[in-house]
Design a binder for this molecule. Structure first.
Ligand code: ZN
Length: 242
């Protein structure tokens, strides 16, 4: 079985369509979404509908929480806040209801766990950026592999019997006796200096996780942000991947 794992879509429909097309070509049979379907981009409702169509197993992210008024957004920067207000108006009652029913964590086929930020206090949306951040999530992880998002930066962390360390590779063959936490990067707003949309593929036949990047129509996504009168900053950053 091939699983397509993606998250931090952030209302960027052009990036999402490019990633879905790539995953279809990869022969993905099951879709897993790591949250933050909305915020920042101009097409939050369309992205929600597309992900529902995929029947993706989906966990909720902090921007999804924010549009539902479940999160105090005074800590968001003003660009993110504006995008939350825009998304609240853009989403239908049915789309909001669907988002509200999403869980904070999900187990898939007794092998994979999904969450947005960290497994400890998932509703607090802490950032898992470095090896030290991974310890608490490994303690709570009940499957061999966990997938997460939130930082918009791809990361693979491996735990063997003695140590926890970062694996510097886009393709990782999972080793027996080890456990893994994998961030496949962001579909709609990559922040690692590479503007291409990111997603992950897990193949349980070869027990391999691969992180892929795909080009998408950035100009159209930027123009839609401008047309929606969202902050120019949100359009600019897509071209630089920051
Ligand atoms: Zn995000």
């Amino acid at each position: 079985m091939r699983y397509g794992i993606f998250g931090d879509v952030h209302g960027n429909l052009e990036a999402l369509e490019a990633v879905i097309a790539a995953m279809e070509e990869d022969g993905v049979e099951k879709y897993l979404c790591l949250g933050d379907l909305v915020g920042y981009g101009a097409n939050p409702g369309e992205c929600v509908d597309r992900i529902r169509e995929l029947e993706a197993v989906t966990v909720i992210g902090n921007h999804d929480y924010a549009v539902l008024d479940l999160l105090d957004i005074s800590e968001f920067n003003m660009y993110a806040q504006e995008a939350i207000f825009f998304s609240q108006k853009a989403l239908s009652a049915a789309q909001l209801k669907w988002l509200k029913e999403l869980p904070l964590t999900a187990d898939v086929d007794e092998r994979l766990t999904l969450f947005h930020g960290t497994l400890d206090q998932p509703e607090q949306f802490h950032y898992l950026e470095v090896v030290e951040d991974a310890e608490l999530s490994f303690e709570l992880l009940e499957t061999p592999v966990g997938f997460f998002g939130h930082t918009h930066v791809p990361l693979v962390v491996e735990e063997d019997e003695e140590t926890i360390g970062v694996v510097e590779a886009d393709e990782v063959e999972l080793e027996e006796g080890c456990r893994y936490l994998v961030n496949p990067g962001s579909v709609g707003q990559p922040r690692d200096g590479i503007p291409d949309a990111a997603y992950g593929l897990y193949d349980d036949a070869t027990d391999t996780v691969t992180i892929y990047r795909v080009e998408y129509d950035i100009e159209t996504a930027q123009q839609k942000i401008r047309d929606a009168h969202l902050p120019e900053f949100l359009a600019e950053r897509l071209a630089g991947g920051w």
